[in-house]
Design a protein around this ligand. Sequence first.
Ligand code: HEC
Ligand code: HEC
Length: 351
Amino acid sequence: MRNRLLVVLAVPLALLMAVGVVRSVLAEPAADTPPKPPLGLPAVQWPDDNPYTAAKSELGRFLYFDKRISSDNTLSCASCHETEKAFTDSSPFSTGIGGKKGGRGAPTVINRAYSTQQFWDGRAGSLEEQAKGPIANPIEMTADKTADEAHEAVARRLRALPGYVQQFDKVFGPKSVTIDNVAKAIATFERTVYSGNAPYDKYNSGDTKAMSEAAVRGMNVFFNKAACDACHIGFNFTDGSYVNIGIGMDKSQPDLGRFDVSKKDEDKGAFKTPTLREIVQTAPYMHDGRFKTLEEVIEHYDKGGIKNPQLDERMKPLNLSKQDKSDLVEFLKALSGEGWQDKKSPKEFPK
Ligand code: HEC
Ligand code: HEC
């Protein structure tokens, strides 16, 4: 009787242990402690199906800066989101493969960890999903005909490089060079690109000398008279909402933005409210890069945006004085911080 009980207990136990051993061989290694974001930023919510590991983030850094991701070896993610330009490309419309141009500017990759929806219209639901976009986009990184072909081609090119195969093995287990894991690694790297510890954050945490008097005055204009925080609110200066502030609605065939995703009339011409961190570094401004300077941006808001049927009702003439405007610019300058400058290209890539 006792022997039978032992067998009854031992068999499932042995099975469980075997499964455990197999899983620990196949599965990713246990998560490491993620890097701590700089002052002013909260901890990142790492996805359960793609936890942080240092080796994965490092693999993602290689892939992010590697031009061999594009089908003619000319473009990496960094071609349009460069470290030196606060992860943008300082052009109204990015130039993709074969010199092709899209109709929107490249937003910064900084602090994207704090949002699930990606792109100006939010059509990607995660950074993982987003990363697969440009790789398969015929005006960005590929000459292949379909997304599946483009994705398979990238995996094939990487599998031919033993240096990469070794890194994927270490991070994801054997035979793991797949487009999904490419995306997971790149997304992990992106979730370590931050901007915080700006003069504004230091001021907020009690260092009243961290911002100039003009910037402090500008902060008051931002939060009160101009109410920029109706949309640009919180630690990342965005509520993540899609809003029509009139940009592009003055064109004969406007880019309808969020409408293309939601199909709701009120979303015509609505675009994602972007972060304002590092804003002095990321000109030109708006999804179509129409404004070269922050002064021009502020003029747009001061006159109440561009009239159109879907213009957000919070867009009203502001009657800002000359002083208000220059103070606002000083405040926006105080949103430049750190946490991204060291995320640079590796000197050599896996062979
Ligand atoms: C040819 C230029 C180009 C290349 C190459 C490129 N991007 Fe982009 N990226 C853009 C543009 C333009 C947008 C905005 C497109 C839109 O919103 O429709 C964008 C949007 C994004 C966003 C969304 C940001 C936000 O605020 O929603 C992320 C993240 C991003 N890219 C990361 C990457 C990664 C990772 C790669 C490499 C796999 C990459 N990009 C390659 C131009 C590029
Ligand atoms: C009603 C919501 C709303 C208000 C209020 C608002 N913004 Fe914006 N802001 C947006 C949206 C949406 C965009 C992107 C629009 C686009 O590209 O079509 C944007 C874009 C910007 C940009 C360009 C960012 C980039 O990366 O290109 C700056 C700078 C900016 N806003 C500053 C301000 C300032 C300063 C104020 C106050 C004077 C303000 N905003 C008020 C919603 C708002």
